[in-house]
Design a protein. Structure first.
Length: 398
């Protein structure tokens, strides 16, 4: 297998961008930790880990509940806590006023109540967490580049609103968050406190999709988009993980030796979970075909794909990345009435009313114009990251 090499971007705080062996990785980590302490937004990390019973300071504290993950499998990703700085006071621009995003660039899109927002991956790649409040609901919007996974969570747990930072650590190559109230550790792909005083507490995930900027802007011209005005100096628009998006490529930190071999390590899959089952649908199996309906614990879920979205993990400029297209995952019903779909051009049509639908699940024409399909919480991610957290998954489309 070809060794992946990713160039190191010279910044005061950066990401781990090259892996050539254990010695080189150790040197990169040390350099990043030293650099990270110099930036105003990162200097606060010197105070992190000083509170009593902090999992950041000691993952094996005897006062903690039994950990849900093995502390020996939690490893440094290079930067110190908040060395990849989360955005705690996000600012936004109106979609119709933005001129710095290319049509095909990927953005994370979510809707809470009557509010819809976009979080461009050209910004999220450099920050990974945004502590936001949407329609009065405190949220953590997260993105792990190593897993290509965007997940949004409600930040209120047991009546307390938490704020999250980047721990500087990884579990199964996945971002490990920490909450600033207790400094417990939370893997992004579970949303569950797994080491620390909050062990066992669970965040509630809400539907979040990755869509091209042009589609979001057309559907939501007056809605909010996360600004590049973050208070940090980053080369937004550049991809620090050049070449990472290769289905047969290496992991940046982990080993492929023990991985489930049903699919290639970084094959893109759409993962959905029910109460008693998990399904990974191979993304490429959706390309150019009619929508696919699957059964998830007795409930129908429809998946569809259209071209027009660039990979954030391919070329140096995100806007120039390989066209990986966009996937939508929805409950196929409106007003209690079940719908079935077929492809029509670059969109879809339901066979019951002949209404047309876009990739975002919006009915754009016909008797159902203005309706919206309920989104299904899912992960648009790599095979390795899905199967490591869902080893009993069923593979479809492979």
């Amino acid at each position: 297998m070809t060794r992946l090499t990713i160039p190191l971007v010279a910044l005061t705080t950066s990401l781990i961008l090259a892996v050539c062996g254990a010695d080189a990785l150790s040197q990169d980590r040390n350099a990043l930790s030293e650099n990270g302490a110099t930036e105003s937004g990162v200097a606060e990390s010197a105070q992190v880990g000083t509170m009593e019973n902090s999992a950041l300071a000691n993952m094996r504290d005897a006062d903690f509940p039994e950990p849900l993950i093995d502390p020996d499998q939690v490893q440094s990703g290079g930067p110190p806590p908040d060395g990849i700085p989360p955005i705690d006071e996000p600012t936004f621009e109106t979609a119709s006023q933005i001129d710095w995003l290319e049509p095909q660039e990927p953005v994370l899109s979510l809707a809470v109540g009557e509010e819809t927002r976009a979080y461009p991956l050209q910004v999220m790649t450099w920050h990974e967490i945004v502590n936001d409040t949407v329609a009065g609901t405190p949220l953590a919007v997260t993105y792990c580049p190593l897993c290509n996974s965007g997940v949004a969570f409600e930040r209120e747990v047991a009546g307390e609103v938490l704020t999250f930072g980047t721990s500087g650590r990884l579990f199964q190559d996945n971002l490990v968050m920490y909450d600033r109230q207790s400094e417990s550790l939370w893997p992004q792909l579970t949303g569950e406190a797994s080491i620390g005083v909050r062990t066992g507490e669970q965040l509630v995930a809400i539907p979040l999709g990755t869509v091209p900027w042009a589609d979001f802007a057309a559907a939501n011209p007056e809605d909010k988009v996360l600004s590049k005005d973050t208070g940090f100096n980053r080369p937004y628009g550049q991809n620090p993980y050049v070449g990472y998006d290769q289905s047969d490529g290496d992991l940046l930190f982990g080993s492929e030796d023990d991985l489930d071999a049903r699919l290639l390590v970084k094959e893109r899959v759409i993962g959905v979970s029910g109460s008693s089952s998990n399904v990974a649908y191979v993304r490429d199996a959706l390309v150019g075909l009619d929508p696919v309906e699957i059964d998830l614990d007795g409930e129908p879920v429809v998946l569809w794909h259209v071209p027009g979205q660039s990979s954030a993990l391919d070329t140096e400029q995100i806007s120039e990345g390989l066209d990986v297209g966009t996937v939508g995952v929805f409950t196929p019903e409106v007003g209690g009435e079940a719908l079935t779909f077929e492809r029509q051009g670059e969109g879809f049509v339901d066979t019951q009313t002949q209404s047309t639908w876009d990739v975002l699940g919006n009915a754009t024409d016909g008797p159902l114009a203005g309706e919206h399909l309920p989104g299904v919480t899912h992960l648009d991610t790599f095979w390795f990251s899905w199967v490591l957290f869902h080893p009993d998954t069923t593979v479809r489309g492979g």
